[in-house]
Write a protein that binds this ligand. Structure first.
Ligand code: MLT
Ligand code: ZN
Length: 466
């Protein structure tokens, strides 16, 4: 299955005929850009990058690769954090960067038809201009592609109220490994017509087909937001407060947990001041949204009571849109800042919300026992904690050896608490070895069977998920 062919000069000539000379990259320096994504320091060189511009071109490229048994790695903006876009078997990187058009915003139906290479934030702004809302907002929203978001069912801070990418996709146009083009569903809000291929494809990380068109559903845009930053001496209490907020009947649009080191790193990288007061163990960044400012103020008061009950030492309400933007900039940059100049591994742990305190203290206990440092932050309202493990001065032998045992312990804890090993970053290349921690062989076999049905020759994004 893995004895792939690398594209020959003849194959590359075929690609040039299909997509045009200037849309085929073979220059080693340019290929280098496509050899990595945002995952650790991993690099795999593709033999060639092909940039199709139409569904027909994708279809012809895939049909050729399928016949010649050439591996194909579909690629969005390369902002993934689990190595999903790494061409681990060389071959073709199929870059979807030319699929960058918003084809229609249908205000009558609250829907939009979009190509997969549109940047998330560009789409958000385009629908915003029509009073509509596309909520999924990963930290990389300024550069990540919607196609990549579908591939991992990306979330982001607002998922706690609005759900992840999955909750906004109605239908898609998909090119199968053999070049056939299908639709996965219908442009309807309901779908009870056999297996739901749309939902199967979301989160399939480019292993089942290449998405060439997406039909999204949209919702009305809320007019107002209020943003609070709460400081806690005890990080465990901050985690406990999270489910307390929901139990008090509030549904914030954002509920993020940040360890002080996260804000320290992002303020240093951005070179903007952020004072971390003595004795602070964690922050919660909480946003409420809606149309009635008075109601939102009441929500904030209700939430503040809960924060007090759980020992918050200070609760700040952002006073202006500039101040909101300041906090958001600090929060969104934590991932990048943590990785900046550090050797790291990032785990995307997720548990049911009320188990977050157990997850956090378990992660800290494991890291202390093995002797490594972690910076934790993430989408607390979803029970989704990003655990960044920093190498610091740890010996290579530990980093490449026993650290794995610690990661397995962290994932076993997730499983024990009713959670899993990734909430939104996906499995890709770097997490696949941990899949058996959370699922039995029979479940993996079902997934392999699905892969085989879609892609009998195994050419699509090989080496990912399992
Ligand atoms: C985030 O929540 O900031 C993103 O998932 C990115 C990351 O964790 O690196
Ligand atoms: Zn995240």
């Amino acid at each position: 299955m893995n004895e792939f062919c690398q594209p020959s000069a003849d194959d590359i000539a075929v690609f040039r005929t299909i997509v045009g000379d200037d849309q085929v990259v073979t220059d080693p320096e340019l290929l280098n850009t496509y050899s990595k994504d945002y995952t650790e320091d991993l690099r795999f060189m593709p033999a060639v990058v092909v940039k199709p511009g139409t569904t027909q071109e994708v279809s012809k490229v895939l049909a050729h690769c399928n016949t010649m048994h050439i591996p194909v790695t579909p690629r969005g903006a390369g902002t993934g954090l689990s190595g999903g876009a790494l061409p681990v078997y060389g071959g073709v990187v199929l870059s979807m960067e030319r699929f960058n058009r918003i084809l229609e915003i249908d205000e009558r139906n609250f829907q939009a038809t979009v190509e997969p290479g549109v940047i998330n934030e560009v789409f958000q702004q385009a629908v915003r201009e029509k009073g509509l809302f596309y909520p999924p907002d990963p930290a990389s929203k300024g550069s990540c592609f919607l196609g990549g978001n579908l591939s991992h069912s990306s979330g982001g801070p607002r998922a706690v109220k609005y759900g992840t990418t999955r909750d906004y996709v109605l239908n898609m146009e998909l090119v199968l490994a053999n070049g056939e083009v299908i639709e996965t569903g219908a442009n309807t809000l309901k779908y009870s017509t056999g297996y739901n291929l749309t939902h199967l494809l979301i989160g399939s990380e480019g292993t089942l087909g290449v998405i060439t068109k997406i039909q999204f559903r949209l919702i009305p845009h809320p007019e107002q937001t209020l943003l609070m930053l709460a400081s806690f001496p005890s990080p465990e209490n901050a985690c406990e407060a999270v489910s307390g907020i929901f139990r008090a009947g509030c549904t914030p649009s954002v509920c993020e947990f940040v360890e002080p080191e996260g804000f320290r790193l992002s303020s240093t990288m951005l070179n903007i001041p952020f004072e971390i007061k003595e004795g602070i163990g964690a922050y919660l960044l909480i946003e409420v949204d809606g149309n009635d400012l008075n109601n939102l103020m009441l929500d904030c008061e209700k939430i503040s009571v809960v924060l007090d009950e759980f020992g918050a030492s200070e609760v700040l309400l952002a006073q202006s849109s500039d101040e909101k933007e300041y906090f958001w900039k600090l929060r969104r940059s934590i991932g990048e800042a943590t990785k900046h100049g550090n050797v790291y591994k990032e785990e995307d742990t997720v548990v049911p919300r009320a188990e977050l305190p157990r997850l956090f203290s378990g992660v800290k206990e494991i890291s202390q026992r093995y002797g490594f440092r972690t910076v934790c932050y993430g989408h607390a309202g979803d029970g989704n904690l990003h655990v960044n493990i920093l190498k610091d001065q740890l010996p290579d032998a530990f980093w490449n050896g026993d650290l794995d045992k610690a990661i397995v312990e962290i994932f076993e804890l997730c499983k024990k608490l009713g959670g899993t090993i990734s909430g939104e970053h996906g499995i890709g290349y770097v997490q696949k070895k941990y899949m058996p921690v959370v699922m039995p062989e029979s479940q993996l076999q079902l997934m392999r069977g699905i892969k085989l049905a879609f892609d009998p020759r195994g050419i699509l994004n090989p080496g990912k998920i399992f």
